[in-house]
Design a protein around this ligand. Sequence first.
Ligand code: ARG
Length: 272
Amino acid sequence: MERTARHRIYLMCPPEHFAVEYVINPWMDTNVEVSAAKAVAQWQILHDTLAGLGHEVHTLRPEVGLPDMVFAANGAFVVDGTAYGAKFKYPQRVAEAKAHRAFYEANNWKFVEPTVVNEGEGDFAYLPEAHGGLILAGYGFRTDPSAHTEAQEALSRPVISLKLVNPAFYHLDVALASLDDSNIVYYPQAFSPSSQAVLRQLFPDAVIADETDGHAFGLNLVSDGRTVVLPAEANSLAAKIKAAGYETVQVDLSELKKGGGSVKCCVAELRP
Ligand code: ARG
């Protein structure tokens, strides 16, 4: 099957102040040595890969004291020109939301301030061609389920709530990703049995990932509909995605994995 790319607009933030100074997910360990310089070098390759695919990549200025700011996907969720802002669960990241809000306001995007905890595209995904335009939303660890209804009101698209049950997969974007405008790849065991049934009903043609793929952060990918950019270690998932007709590019983000994130976490998609 011929897969076609759609032009994308992305927002990223270089990890100049990246560190693991606190533990808010099972991947973080403050005893492990972290190099911000190495993180920046790896991040730059991801940035250049996306720009090299012809996409428009904006960057946010990193701030001292916000070591997780590189995970730009968490800053908002943007659909049809409207940014539904983030409200971080843990105090260490709360200030990041303001930097994202300033970006959207300075660039004339409509911005909706949230009233409940939600971590942006970390827990939201959008499939413009699935069932006429569908938002998938995760809850269980970070985003409050009441943010799902708030997002539906802010963005005027139906939201499907999915319950995450495995702490290693604490955000939707480490358990599920869109491959194109209508199809997804996901790791079923990250979801409750009922949410797995919902995903099976909505996406009968989904690519199914296994535990190895999940632990390699393989689901934490960015796709333009044709080329799928995913972590270097996610070889077995890359093979499955290729078998489904997509191109793959693998990038090494081993330093950022120490913060509990990979490709997708570093990239917010801005949908006009
Ligand atoms: N250390 C960050 C946190 O726990 C990692 C965020 C990863 N981002 C993501 N979109 N999954 O909040």
